[in-house]
Design a protein around this ligand. Structure first.
Ligand code: 5HY
Length: 240
């Protein structure tokens, strides 16, 4: 099978880190295409960034489907454009926040999320609510390291995770940024609790959906977007 793992920001360095982790959990015969858009924000650290990352993300889904991709991962902890991507794609689409939070509920009574900037914590709480796991989430905390620097600050992030687990008394740690994927093994070894990386969780989940022959339901809310003309710079997104 062919799976696309899309980093919705335009950082090639982060895309490479994400691709490495995803390939680490590719099942035999699975080809992983790790890509990022050629337009949009260098990193996603606000609602504005998130909103403007979506057209580039959707363009990558569209080209991936044409190239035969059977499933897609949205590798950003805000799960940007997840619903729109599910409308557009025929194959299953999984967000890393969704996958990580769901996996975490299988590993303990409660989990804590460590994300980048404090201003993105609200989004993580909204997603925990949306995915029905709010009751398992003991806390969402920021290490106050910008997205593009997280893989370079292992000590600070380890210290933040350790104090968060102490404070929340939680059983499981969820990495709140795709850029932390390269720190997962180190954190697991040092913290002594399950550390859940959304990139690996989502890559395995989407492969299992494809293996079960399961796709997004197309009879209702996630049917293909109705064709209509689009004006201005987005005219190419019109499906008229
Ligand atoms: C991410 N931003 O995973 C999120 C992290 C965050 O560019 N990739 C990004 O702080 O929301």
């Amino acid at each position: 099978m062919r799976i696309t793992v899309i980093n919705p920001n335009t950082s090639q360095h982060m895309t490479d880190l994400i691709g490495q982790s995803a390939r680490g959990v590719a099942l035999p015969g699975t080809v992983i295409d790790a890509v990022c858009p050629d337009m949009g924000p260098a990193s996603i650290e606000s609602h504005y960034d998130e909103a403007l990352s979506v057209p580039g993300l959707l363009a990558r889904i569209e080209s991936a489907e044409r190239a035969g991709a059977e499933g897609h991962v949205i590798a950003c902890f805000g799960d940007p454009g997840l619903d729109a991507a599910r409308e557009l794609a025929t194959g299953p689409v999984v967000g890393i926040a969704e996958a990580a939070m769901r996996v975490a509920t299988s590993l303990g009574r409660s989990f804590s999320v460590v994300t980048t900037l404090r201003r993105t914590c609200g989004r993580a709480w909204d997603l925990a609510e949306r995915y029905g796991v709010r009751g398992f989430c003991a806390g969402v905390h920021a290490c106050e390291v910008p997205v593009l620097d997280v893989d370079g600050c292992p000590e600070l992030i380890t210290a933040t995770c350790r104090s968060v687990l102490e404070r929340d008394g939680s059983d499981v740690l969820v990495l709140g940024c795709a850029g932390m994927t390269s720190l997962c093994a180190k954190l697991s070894a040092e913290l002594g609790v399950p550390v859940v990386d959304g990139v690996r969780s989502a890559t395995l989940l989407v492969q299992s959906l494809v293996l079960m022959g399961l796709r997004t339901g197309k009879h209702g809310e996630f049917a293909a977007p109705p064709p209509k003309p689009y004006a201005g710079p987005l005219h190419g997104f019109g499906r008229g």
